[in-house]
Ligand binder design. Structure first.
Ligand code: ADE
Length: 277
């Protein structure tokens, strides 16, 4: 996979040299190219922004530098054999970044990130490139960052670990929170490693039992508990057919019940009579 990032703070992307992404780069699984947007400014002050039409606070990033930068990055990439670019535009008004979107992006051959500062990029830039390449506006959460660079790091890390051969153990994705499969839609529960006792704290006996069925059951119960506590919206969204008898018992104890109006496929809701956990 090829990644290009165009930014006014190339040094902000230094973390792409370390850890998992850095290693994937070193191994040639990922080609990363960081570009300084100011290379495509031609005035004394290397201006990349201007006041917004219609008034209002803040500044807007200008069309000129972005257009010239993206033309160059696209031409260079195509010349070196890359194809089917996707422009990924981090913005709080984008589509929410999820594990599903990370999987989708990990299957694309070439991502070009355009992290913005200030109030964002003049709309015409994305309208223009949308006529030529896929443009995806993506938000990493319901909060406003000072710029999109941190979002690029987040998206890149989530995508890179999904590339074939990047994580040592291919099984490591299997139980990820949000991964499809047996635990679909549930958060991962707690994990433990050696020593078996630390500051008087033991690890749950079941994990030492060697009984795979019981361990899987325990992990699922813990996942249900954690999801119910931290992300009740995910329990509500789960297809209730995915819950077995024991799941239903656990959920009931946690204060959940199928919506009586929706039986037999009623989604689970917090029982109105349930005490706060
Ligand atoms: N830029 C500023 N805030 C952002 C957010 N929440 N997600 C993506 N890009 C951003």
């Amino acid at each position: 996979m090829r990644l290009d990032v165009v930014t006014i703070f190339p040094e902000y992307l230094e973390p792409l040299n370390v850890s998992l992404v850095g290693k994937a780069r070193a191994r040639g699984q990922l080609g990363v190219h960081v570009h300084d947007l100011r290379e495509w400014t031609y005035d004394r002050h290397n201006t990349v922004d201007d006041t917004p039409y219609g008034g209002g606070p803040g500044m807007v990033m200008k069309t000129g530098p972005w257009g010239d930068a993206l033309d160059t990055v696209l031409a260079d990439g195509y010349e070196s054999g890359a194809h089917a670019p996707t422009l990924v535009v981090p913005t709080p008004s984008g589509r929410p970044f999820t594990q599903e979107l990370a999987v989708e992006l990990s299957e694309r051959p070439w991502l070009i990130f355009t992290p913005a500062r200030y109030e964002g990029i003049d709309r015409r830039v994305m309208d223009e490139y949308a006529t030529r390449v896929d443009v995806l506006e993506v938000s990493i959460g319901d909060y406003v960052l000072a710029g999109g660079e941190a979002a690029v790091l987040v998206i890149t890390e989530a995508v890179a670990r999904l590339l074939p051969g990047v994580l040592g153990n291919a099984e490591s994705h299997r139980d990820d929170s949000f991964a499809p499969g047996a635990m679909a839609g549930l958060l991962e529960g707690p994990v433990y490693t050696k020593p078996p006792e630390w500051r008087g704290r033991d690890i749950p006996d079941v994990l030492l039992s060697g009984h795979h069925g019981r361990i899987a059951r325990w992990r699922r119960d813990e996942a249900l508990k954690r999801t119910a506590a931290h992300r009740p919206d995910l329990i509500e969204r789960c297809d209730p057919r995915a819950f077995d008898k024991k799941d239903r018992e656990t959920l009931f104890i946690l204060g959940w019940a199928p919506d009586p109006a929706g039986e037999p496929y009623g989604r689970f809701w917090r029982r109105p009579d349930a005490v706060e956990q």
